[in-house]
Ligand binder design. Structure first.
Ligand code: MEV
Length: 425
Protein backbone atom coordinates (compact mmCIF):
# COMPACT_ATOMS: atom_id res chain seq x y z
CA UNK A 1 0.00 0.00 0.00
CA UNK A 2 1.51 3.33 -1.02
CA UNK A 3 1.73 6.24 1.44
CA UNK A 4 -1.07 8.80 0.97
CA UNK A 5 0.07 12.30 -0.11
CA UNK A 6 -1.25 13.70 3.19
CA UNK A 7 1.03 11.58 5.38
CA UNK A 8 4.27 12.90 6.86
CA UNK A 9 5.50 9.29 7.11
CA UNK A 10 7.52 9.20 3.92
CA UNK A 11 9.54 6.00 4.05
CA UNK A 12 13.09 6.34 2.77
CA UNK A 13 12.74 10.11 2.22
CA UNK A 14 16.38 10.62 3.20
CA UNK A 15 17.54 8.15 0.55
CA UNK A 16 15.72 9.87 -2.33
CA UNK A 17 17.53 12.12 -4.78
CA UNK A 18 16.74 15.83 -4.23
CA UNK A 19 14.35 16.04 -7.18
CA UNK A 20 12.28 13.13 -5.83
CA UNK A 21 12.20 14.65 -2.36
CA UNK A 22 10.85 17.85 -3.92
CA UNK A 23 8.19 15.81 -5.73
CA UNK A 24 7.14 14.17 -2.47
CA UNK A 25 6.93 17.55 -0.71
CA UNK A 26 5.01 18.98 -3.67
CA UNK A 27 2.45 16.15 -3.41
CA UNK A 28 2.07 16.80 0.33
CA UNK A 29 1.89 20.60 0.18
CA UNK A 30 0.39 21.11 -3.26
CA UNK A 31 3.41 22.97 -4.60
CA UNK A 32 3.13 24.38 -8.12
CA UNK A 33 5.70 23.37 -10.79
CA UNK A 34 7.21 26.87 -10.54
CA UNK A 35 7.65 26.48 -6.79
CA UNK A 36 9.39 23.12 -7.29
CA UNK A 37 11.67 24.64 -9.90
CA UNK A 38 12.47 27.43 -7.46
CA UNK A 39 13.48 24.93 -4.78
CA UNK A 40 15.64 23.01 -7.23
CA UNK A 41 17.55 26.15 -8.20
CA UNK A 42 20.15 26.08 -5.43
CA UNK A 43 21.95 29.20 -6.67
CA UNK A 44 25.58 29.48 -5.73
CA UNK A 45 25.54 26.50 -3.38
CA UNK A 46 25.83 23.34 -5.51
CA UNK A 47 22.95 20.95 -4.82
CA UNK A 48 25.35 18.07 -4.25
CA UNK A 49 27.20 20.01 -1.58
CA UNK A 50 23.98 21.13 0.11
CA UNK A 51 22.90 17.48 0.13
CA UNK A 52 26.05 16.57 2.04
CA UNK A 53 25.84 19.40 4.55
CA UNK A 54 22.47 18.44 6.04
CA UNK A 55 19.82 15.73 5.74
CA UNK A 56 16.69 15.61 3.58
CA UNK A 57 17.72 18.60 1.44
CA UNK A 58 15.11 20.03 -0.94
CA UNK A 59 16.67 23.43 -1.66
CA UNK A 60 18.75 26.29 -0.31
CA UNK A 61 17.87 29.59 1.33
CA UNK A 62 19.62 32.64 -0.07
CA UNK A 63 20.42 35.49 2.29
CA UNK A 64 21.97 38.74 1.04
CA UNK A 65 25.69 39.20 1.70
CA UNK A 66 26.70 42.83 2.14
CA UNK A 67 30.11 44.38 2.77
CA UNK A 68 30.70 46.68 5.71
CA UNK A 69 33.22 49.33 4.73
CA UNK A 70 35.34 51.77 6.80
CA UNK A 71 36.50 49.16 9.32
CA UNK A 72 40.01 49.68 10.65
CA UNK A 73 41.06 46.96 13.07
CA UNK A 74 44.43 46.84 14.83
CA UNK A 75 45.83 49.29 12.30
CA UNK A 76 44.64 47.39 9.22
CA UNK A 77 41.72 48.21 6.93
CA UNK A 78 39.25 45.36 6.50
CA UNK A 79 36.17 44.78 4.38
CA UNK A 80 33.62 42.77 6.34
CA UNK A 81 31.23 40.35 4.59
CA UNK A 82 27.91 40.14 6.45
CA UNK A 83 25.07 37.72 5.68
CA UNK A 84 21.76 39.03 6.96
CA UNK A 85 18.17 39.50 5.87
CA UNK A 86 17.73 42.55 8.12
CA UNK A 87 17.94 46.04 6.66
CA UNK A 88 20.16 48.64 8.37
CA UNK A 89 22.56 46.09 9.89
CA UNK A 90 25.34 46.55 7.32
CA UNK A 91 24.78 50.32 7.16
CA UNK A 92 25.04 50.51 10.96
CA UNK A 93 28.54 48.98 10.95
CA UNK A 94 29.67 51.23 8.07
CA UNK A 95 28.46 54.34 9.92
CA UNK A 96 29.98 53.43 13.28
CA UNK A 97 33.28 52.54 11.62
CA UNK A 98 33.36 55.79 9.64
CA UNK A 99 32.97 57.81 12.84
CA UNK A 100 36.05 56.23 14.46
CA UNK A 101 38.19 55.59 11.37
CA UNK A 102 40.27 58.78 11.60
CA UNK A 103 40.83 58.19 15.31
CA UNK A 104 42.40 54.79 14.54
CA UNK A 105 39.43 52.39 14.58
CA UNK A 106 39.28 49.28 16.75
CA UNK A 107 41.85 47.56 18.94
CA UNK A 108 41.24 43.87 19.58
CA UNK A 109 42.62 40.99 21.65
CA UNK A 110 41.72 37.43 22.58
CA UNK A 111 42.04 35.31 25.70
CA UNK A 112 43.00 32.21 23.68
CA UNK A 113 41.40 29.53 21.55
CA UNK A 114 40.47 27.14 24.35
CA UNK A 115 37.29 25.08 24.22
CA UNK A 116 35.73 23.21 27.13
CA UNK A 117 34.08 19.80 26.98
CA UNK A 118 32.05 18.47 29.90
CA UNK A 119 31.69 14.93 31.16
CA UNK A 120 28.77 14.34 33.53
CA UNK A 121 29.27 11.74 36.24
CA UNK A 122 26.41 10.59 38.47
CA UNK A 123 25.84 7.99 41.16
CA UNK A 124 29.05 8.68 43.10
CA UNK A 125 28.74 8.22 46.86
CA UNK A 126 31.93 10.16 47.61
CA UNK A 127 31.95 13.05 45.08
CA UNK A 128 34.80 14.99 46.72
CA UNK A 129 37.05 11.91 46.60
CA UNK A 130 35.97 11.27 43.02
CA UNK A 131 36.91 14.83 42.12
CA UNK A 132 40.42 14.38 43.44
CA UNK A 133 40.78 10.92 41.89
CA UNK A 134 40.09 12.49 38.50
CA UNK A 135 42.35 15.51 39.07
CA UNK A 136 45.21 13.20 40.12
CA UNK A 137 45.13 11.64 36.66
CA UNK A 138 45.76 14.81 34.71
CA UNK A 139 48.71 13.27 32.86
CA UNK A 140 46.61 10.28 31.78
CA UNK A 141 43.76 12.56 30.75
CA UNK A 142 46.16 14.64 28.69
CA UNK A 143 47.61 11.55 26.99
CA UNK A 144 44.15 10.18 26.24
CA UNK A 145 42.91 13.51 24.80
CA UNK A 146 46.01 14.25 22.77
CA UNK A 147 46.01 10.75 21.27
CA UNK A 148 42.60 11.57 19.71
CA UNK A 149 43.92 14.29 17.45
CA UNK A 150 47.58 14.11 16.35
CA UNK A 151 46.96 16.74 13.64
CA UNK A 152 45.74 19.25 16.23
CA UNK A 153 48.85 18.49 18.24
CA UNK A 154 51.09 19.13 15.23
CA UNK A 155 49.35 22.49 14.77
CA UNK A 156 50.24 23.49 18.33
CA UNK A 157 46.87 22.65 19.87
CA UNK A 158 45.73 19.89 22.21
CA UNK A 159 44.85 19.32 25.86
CA UNK A 160 45.62 22.24 28.17
CA UNK A 161 43.78 21.83 31.46
CA UNK A 162 41.54 19.69 33.64
CA UNK A 163 38.89 21.04 36.00
CA UNK A 164 36.46 19.01 38.11
CA UNK A 165 33.41 20.50 39.81
CA UNK A 166 31.01 18.99 42.32
CA UNK A 167 27.54 20.14 41.34
CA UNK A 168 24.40 19.96 43.49
CA UNK A 169 21.36 19.36 41.26
CA UNK A 170 17.70 18.36 41.55
CA UNK A 171 18.85 14.88 40.59
CA UNK A 172 21.50 14.64 43.30
CA UNK A 173 25.22 15.39 43.42
CA UNK A 174 27.09 15.20 40.15
CA UNK A 175 30.80 15.36 39.40
CA UNK A 176 31.45 17.40 36.30
CA UNK A 177 34.78 17.12 34.54
CA UNK A 178 35.93 19.86 32.18
CA UNK A 179 38.66 19.17 29.70
CA UNK A 180 40.14 22.36 28.31
CA UNK A 181 41.57 22.00 24.83
CA UNK A 182 43.30 24.44 22.52
CA UNK A 183 41.55 23.85 19.19
CA UNK A 184 43.56 26.53 17.30
CA UNK A 185 41.94 27.34 13.95
CA UNK A 186 39.05 24.91 14.38
CA UNK A 187 35.86 25.83 16.20
CA UNK A 188 36.67 22.56 17.88
CA UNK A 189 33.32 20.92 18.60
CA UNK A 190 34.29 17.65 16.90
CA UNK A 191 37.73 17.56 18.48
CA UNK A 192 36.58 18.07 22.07
CA UNK A 193 33.48 15.88 21.76
CA UNK A 194 35.63 13.00 20.53
CA UNK A 195 38.00 13.47 23.47
CA UNK A 196 35.14 13.63 25.99
CA UNK A 197 33.53 10.47 24.63
CA UNK A 198 36.83 8.60 24.79
CA UNK A 199 37.59 9.78 28.32
CA UNK A 200 34.19 9.05 29.85
CA UNK A 201 34.65 5.27 30.49
CA UNK A 202 38.03 5.96 32.11
CA UNK A 203 36.43 8.49 34.46
CA UNK A 204 33.70 6.02 35.32
CA UNK A 205 36.38 3.40 36.05
CA UNK A 206 38.40 5.70 38.33
CA UNK A 207 35.38 6.78 40.39
CA UNK A 208 32.83 3.98 40.28
CA UNK A 209 30.20 6.41 38.99
CA UNK A 210 28.13 6.41 35.79
CA UNK A 211 28.99 8.86 33.03
CA UNK A 212 26.12 10.38 31.11
CA UNK A 213 26.61 13.43 28.85
CA UNK A 214 29.90 14.07 27.03
CA UNK A 215 29.68 17.29 25.09
CA UNK A 216 31.31 20.68 24.61
CA UNK A 217 30.11 23.76 26.48
CA UNK A 218 29.00 26.69 24.36
CA UNK A 219 29.86 28.96 27.26
CA UNK A 220 33.35 29.23 25.74
CA UNK A 221 34.70 31.57 28.41
CA UNK A 222 38.29 30.48 27.74
CA UNK A 223 37.88 31.80 24.20
CA UNK A 224 36.95 35.43 24.79
CA UNK A 225 37.25 37.93 21.96
CA UNK A 226 37.66 41.57 22.94
CA UNK A 227 37.42 44.84 21.05
CA UNK A 228 37.65 48.45 22.15
CA UNK A 229 37.33 51.76 20.39
CA UNK A 230 37.16 55.48 21.18
CA UNK A 231 34.73 57.62 19.22
CA UNK A 232 35.82 61.28 19.31
CA UNK A 233 33.17 63.60 20.73
CA UNK A 234 33.19 65.77 17.61
CA UNK A 235 32.69 62.75 15.32
CA UNK A 236 29.60 61.54 17.15
CA UNK A 237 27.91 64.96 17.27
CA UNK A 238 28.60 66.44 20.69
CA UNK A 239 27.88 65.93 24.34
CA UNK A 240 24.12 65.55 24.12
CA UNK A 241 24.43 62.60 21.73
CA UNK A 242 27.23 61.06 23.80
CA UNK A 243 25.29 61.36 27.04
CA UNK A 244 22.13 59.98 25.44
CA UNK A 245 24.11 56.94 24.29
CA UNK A 246 25.67 56.51 27.71
CA UNK A 247 22.26 56.63 29.31
CA UNK A 248 21.05 53.99 26.82
CA UNK A 249 23.92 51.75 27.94
CA UNK A 250 23.18 52.31 31.63
CA UNK A 251 19.57 51.33 30.96
CA UNK A 252 20.63 48.13 29.19
CA UNK A 253 23.13 47.17 31.84
CA UNK A 254 20.54 47.59 34.60
CA UNK A 255 17.51 45.98 32.96
CA UNK A 256 17.35 42.50 31.39
CA UNK A 257 14.34 43.54 29.26
CA UNK A 258 16.42 46.25 27.62
CA UNK A 259 19.67 44.20 27.70
CA UNK A 260 18.04 41.47 25.60
CA UNK A 261 17.32 43.99 22.82
CA UNK A 262 20.64 45.79 23.23
CA UNK A 263 22.48 42.47 22.90
CA UNK A 264 20.23 41.38 20.05
CA UNK A 265 21.48 44.42 18.17
CA UNK A 266 25.08 43.41 18.91
CA UNK A 267 24.31 39.91 17.63
CA UNK A 268 22.81 41.41 14.44
CA UNK A 269 26.38 42.32 13.51
CA UNK A 270 28.10 39.31 15.02
CA UNK A 271 25.81 36.61 13.62
CA UNK A 272 25.97 38.18 10.15
CA UNK A 273 29.74 37.70 9.99
CA UNK A 274 29.55 34.30 11.68
CA UNK A 275 27.04 33.17 9.04
CA UNK A 276 28.91 34.71 6.10
CA UNK A 277 32.04 32.78 7.12
CA UNK A 278 30.16 29.47 7.42
CA UNK A 279 30.46 29.34 11.19
CA UNK A 280 27.87 28.20 13.73
CA UNK A 281 25.62 31.16 14.59
CA UNK A 282 23.78 29.25 17.32
CA UNK A 283 26.99 28.32 19.13
CA UNK A 284 28.15 31.94 19.18
CA UNK A 285 24.71 33.22 20.20
CA UNK A 286 24.37 30.69 23.03
CA UNK A 287 27.84 31.60 24.28
CA UNK A 288 27.14 35.32 24.10
CA UNK A 289 23.87 35.21 26.02
CA UNK A 290 25.18 32.80 28.66
CA UNK A 291 28.18 35.07 29.13
CA UNK A 292 25.91 38.11 29.43
CA UNK A 293 24.22 36.38 32.38
CA UNK A 294 27.39 35.05 34.01
CA UNK A 295 27.06 37.26 37.10
CA UNK A 296 23.58 35.97 37.87
CA UNK A 297 21.76 38.77 36.07
CA UNK A 298 21.49 39.20 32.31
CA UNK A 299 23.35 42.42 31.36
CA UNK A 300 24.99 44.28 28.49
CA UNK A 301 27.75 42.59 26.48
CA UNK A 302 29.33 45.99 25.89
CA UNK A 303 30.62 48.67 28.24
CA UNK A 304 30.59 52.39 27.53
CA UNK A 305 32.33 55.22 29.37
CA UNK A 306 33.63 58.75 28.85
CA UNK A 307 37.39 59.28 28.51
CA UNK A 308 39.32 62.07 30.24
CA UNK A 309 39.09 63.97 26.93
CA UNK A 310 35.31 63.66 26.87
CA UNK A 311 35.22 61.07 24.05
CA UNK A 312 33.03 57.97 24.09
CA UNK A 313 34.88 54.71 24.72
CA UNK A 314 33.23 51.38 24.01
CA UNK A 315 34.41 47.86 24.72
CA UNK A 316 33.09 44.36 24.27
CA UNK A 317 34.19 40.94 25.53
CA UNK A 318 32.38 37.72 24.72
CA UNK A 319 32.95 34.04 23.89
CA UNK A 320 33.72 33.64 20.19
CA UNK A 321 33.96 30.01 19.12
CA UNK A 322 34.60 30.37 15.41
CA UNK A 323 36.99 28.53 13.14
CA UNK A 324 38.64 28.67 9.75
CA UNK A 325 38.67 24.91 9.23
CA UNK A 326 35.95 22.29 9.53
CA UNK A 327 32.21 22.52 9.03
CA UNK A 328 30.85 24.72 6.27
CA UNK A 329 33.78 27.16 6.50
CA UNK A 330 35.95 25.14 4.17
CA UNK A 331 33.10 23.76 2.06
CA UNK A 332 30.63 26.55 1.36
CA UNK A 333 31.92 28.50 -1.65
CA UNK A 334 30.52 31.81 -0.36
CA UNK A 335 32.08 31.27 3.07
CA UNK A 336 35.45 30.62 1.45
CA UNK A 337 35.23 33.87 -0.50
CA UNK A 338 34.04 35.76 2.59
CA UNK A 339 37.13 34.59 4.47
CA UNK A 340 39.32 35.68 1.58
CA UNK A 341 37.68 39.13 1.57
CA UNK A 342 38.20 39.39 5.34
CA UNK A 343 41.85 38.45 4.89
CA UNK A 344 42.13 36.81 8.31
CA UNK A 345 44.71 34.07 8.68
CA UNK A 346 43.66 32.57 12.00
CA UNK A 347 40.48 31.75 13.87
CA UNK A 348 41.69 34.15 16.51
CA UNK A 349 41.90 37.05 14.04
CA UNK A 350 38.43 36.17 12.77
CA UNK A 351 37.03 36.12 16.31
CA UNK A 352 38.60 39.50 17.15
CA UNK A 353 37.22 41.03 13.94
CA UNK A 354 33.75 39.76 14.76
CA UNK A 355 33.93 41.30 18.24
CA UNK A 356 34.77 44.67 16.64
CA UNK A 357 31.74 44.35 14.37
CA UNK A 358 29.53 43.69 17.40
CA UNK A 359 30.82 46.82 19.11
CA UNK A 360 30.30 48.91 15.97
CA UNK A 361 26.76 47.62 15.64
CA UNK A 362 25.97 48.54 19.23
CA UNK A 363 27.39 52.04 18.77
CA UNK A 364 25.09 52.71 15.81
CA UNK A 365 22.01 51.22 17.44
CA UNK A 366 22.49 53.27 20.62
CA UNK A 367 23.18 56.41 18.63
CA UNK A 368 20.09 56.00 16.47
CA UNK A 369 17.92 55.16 19.48
CA UNK A 370 19.24 58.07 21.53
CA UNK A 371 18.73 60.59 18.69
CA UNK A 372 16.39 60.19 15.72
CA UNK A 373 15.00 56.80 16.77
CA UNK A 374 15.53 53.56 14.89
CA UNK A 375 12.59 53.77 12.52
CA UNK A 376 13.89 56.57 10.30
CA UNK A 377 16.83 54.57 8.92
CA UNK A 378 14.98 51.27 9.15
CA UNK A 379 11.95 52.55 7.32
CA UNK A 380 13.88 53.79 4.27
CA UNK A 381 15.03 50.24 3.52
CA UNK A 382 11.88 48.61 4.83
CA UNK A 383 9.89 50.84 2.45
CA UNK A 384 11.75 49.29 -0.47
CA UNK A 385 10.78 45.81 0.72
CA UNK A 386 7.17 46.90 1.04
CA UNK A 387 7.29 48.45 -2.45
CA UNK A 388 8.59 45.15 -3.86
CA UNK A 389 5.90 43.23 -1.99
CA UNK A 390 3.33 45.51 -3.62
CA UNK A 391 4.72 44.47 -7.00
CA UNK A 392 7.03 47.41 -7.82
CA UNK A 393 9.78 46.58 -10.30
CA UNK A 394 13.05 48.27 -11.26
CA UNK A 395 12.93 52.04 -10.78
CA UNK A 396 9.40 51.82 -9.39
CA UNK A 397 10.80 50.35 -6.15
CA UNK A 398 12.79 53.46 -5.23
CA UNK A 399 10.01 55.82 -6.34
CA UNK A 400 7.27 54.08 -4.38
CA UNK A 401 9.57 53.71 -1.36
CA UNK A 402 10.34 57.42 -1.37
CA UNK A 403 6.65 58.30 -1.33
CA UNK A 404 5.99 55.87 1.53
CA UNK A 405 8.78 57.39 3.63
CA UNK A 406 7.69 60.96 2.80
CA UNK A 407 4.12 60.13 3.85
CA UNK A 408 5.35 58.37 6.99
CA UNK A 409 3.13 55.37 6.20
CA UNK A 410 5.20 52.37 5.16
CA UNK A 411 2.29 50.02 4.55
CA UNK A 412 1.47 47.52 1.83
CA UNK A 413 -1.95 49.04 1.03
CA UNK A 414 -0.41 52.50 0.62
CA UNK A 415 2.36 51.02 -1.55
CA UNK A 416 -0.19 49.29 -3.78
CA UNK A 417 -2.15 52.51 -4.21
CA UNK A 418 1.02 54.49 -5.00
CA UNK A 419 2.16 51.89 -7.51
CA UNK A 420 -1.21 51.97 -9.21
CA UNK A 421 -1.09 55.77 -9.39
CA UNK A 422 2.47 55.69 -10.70
CA UNK A 423 1.61 53.22 -13.45
CA UNK A 424 -1.49 55.17 -14.40
CA UNK A 425 0.91 58.09 -15.02
C1 MEV B 1 17.03 45.70 15.86
O1 MEV B 1 17.23 44.52 15.13
C2 MEV B 1 18.15 45.93 16.85
C3 MEV B 1 17.92 47.06 17.85
O2 MEV B 1 16.67 46.86 18.50
C4 MEV B 1 19.05 47.00 18.84
C5 MEV B 1 18.87 47.90 20.04
O3 MEV B 1 17.74 48.20 20.42
O4 MEV B 1 19.92 48.27 20.62
C6 MEV B 1 17.86 48.39 17.18
Amino acid sequence: MSTPASSSRIAGFHKLPIAERVEAVARFAGLEPGECAHLLDTGNLPAELADHLIENVVGTMNIPVGIATNMRIDGEDRLIPMATEESSVVAAVCNAARQCYDAGGFVTSMSGTLMIAQIQLTGVSDPQLARLRILERKAEVQASCDACDPVLLQLGGGFRDLEVRVLETRGGTMVITHIVVDTRDAMGANAVNTMAEKLAPQIAGWTGGRTNLRILSNLADRRLARARCVWPLAAIGGEAVRDGMLSAYHFADADPYRAATHNKGIMNGISAVVLATGNDTRAVEAGAHAYAARNGRYASLTHWEVTAEGDLAGSIELPMAVGLVGGATKLHPTAKIALKVLGVRSAEALARTIAAVGLAQNFSAMKALATTGIQKGHMALHAQNIAMMAGALGEEIERVARVLVAKGTVRIDVAEAELKALRAG
